[in-house]
Design a protein around this ligand. Structure first.
Ligand code: GLA
Length: 388
């Protein structure tokens, strides 16, 4: 990979003088969906697939970007002066947003850069290709300019840029999972405090299989911000009857006691998902600690049902993938992952059943939806790094 992208860099930008090569992973969330902006827990892990980047400093303030994933777009140029989101700037709004966020936080970027990216995360799949680009950009800037920021800061800067530059009101999960990733571990993160714990994923005779629906979605045009607003609305009504700072602070019992204060039936279901999903996430991590992968899988399944019925972020594509997966023997658990409305599912599948899983779920999907899904058996990897 390193050779290929350096070669391409030379072709696009003339030579490879002064370049460095970097990598940032994608992520998959095992459980704890739509809980991060509700002050709840999440349990994501970084993947070994992600975004590779070649970068070098320039003497002027120019920015030149090229992505091997969008070759037809060619080189997109910009400058460090007056960084602002532009529709024509396409994917470069992500790295530009991170540069802008550094400047907003009082860390000015001294020089322009030439940056070439090449990702092997399926685009728009819900495996956080955009957060991967954000964390990668922050990592490159830190390394090239010697900024004194931690990996956790890189996550926060990435999220800040996504919220305030790219207009998606996302939580911290994706950028955190990517910046703080650890091989063979998932991250049990309390999004209210950012305290976290690494939990080893020991599946022994099973693997994590991702099914990509190939239904494209962008967070911006999905109902993501709308769901977030519905939860905020529910919270503000709950706050009239009980002292609570976020939905993530409520136990199921408290929710059941006070839920009548939420006027809209729809908002009540949204809040119910946030509260119960948070509890499921805590229980799922405990199950894993007890080596009870079967219980973990049951909680994954329950998570999907709640995302389908109460939160309504699944859709026929993700429901087909999950409901077909549940029928296959050797599937320990299966659910949608990420924001929803398209994107991927994550399943834990016994090694001996993986081929059968792919064949059966793939055929059912093709026949019901009319186009194919893609399947990936994935490994849990580390956070961002420089490739030497
Ligand atoms: C997207 C967001 C995350 C999180 C998930 C849903 O991936 O970027 O912050 O809210 O959706 O769990």
């Amino acid at each position: 990979m390193k050779e290929t992208i350096l070669c391409k860099f030379a072709e696009v930008f003339g030579d490879t003088e002064g370049t460095e090569v970097y990598f940032a992973p994608g992520r998959v969330n095992m459980i704890g969906e739509h809980t991060d902006y509700n002050g709840g827990h999440v349990f994501p892990c970084a993947l070994t697939i992600g975004t590779y980047g070649v970068a070098r400093k320039r003497q002027d303030r120019k920015l030149r970007f090229y992505s091997m994933n969008f070759e037809r777009i060619g080189v997109i140029e910009s400058t460090l002066d007056n960084l602002c989101p532009d529709p024509w700037a396409d994917w470069t709004n992500y790295p530009k947003g991170v540069m802008w966020a550094f400047e907003e936080k009082g860390v000015p970027i001294p020089n322009g850069l030439d940056i070439l990216l090449c990702g092997n995360i399926p685009n728009g799949s819900g495996l956080s290709s955009s957060a991967s680009v954000e964390v990668l950009t922050g990592f490159i800037l830190r390394d090239m300019f010697g900024f004194d920021v931690s990996n956790q800061d890189l996550a926060l800067i990435g999220q800040y840029s996504e919220n305030h530059f790219n207009g998606v009101n996302c939580g911290i999960m994706d950028q955190f999972a990517i910046a703080m990733g650890k091989k063979e571990h998932a991250i049990f993160l309390d999004t209210a405090t950012l305290s976290y714990e690494y939990a080893p994923i020991r599946l022994e005779d099973a693997k994590i299989v991702i099914a990509c629906s190939n239904k494209k979605r962008g967070l911006g045009d999905s109902k993501y911000n709308e769901r977030r607003g519905e939860c905020e609305q529910a919270l503000s009504e709950l706050q009239k009857v009980c002292a609570v700072g976020s939905l993530g602070e409520l136990t199921e019992e408290e929710f059941e006691k006070y839920q009548g204060s939420i006027g809209s039936e729809v908002h009540r279901r949204r809040a119910r998902h946030a509260v119960y999903e948070n509890r499921r996430t805590v229980q799922a991590v405990q199950a894993l600690k007890n080596n009870d992968v079967a219980a973990f899988g049951q909680l994954m399944n329950a998570s999907h049902v709640s995302l389908r019925d109460d939160y309504e972020v699944t859709g026929i594509e993700l429901d087909t993938l999950v409901e077909e997966a549940w029928k296959v023997e050797g599937v320990i658990g299966s659910r949608m992952t990420g924001a929803g409305f398209g994107g991927c599912t994550v399943s834990i599948v016994k090694n001996g059943s993986i081929d059968d899983f792919i064949a059966r779920v793939g055929a059912a999907y093709q026949s019901r939806i009319g186009y194919a899904a893609d399947f990936y058996v994935v490994e849990i990897g580390d956070g961002p790094c420089k490739l030497t």
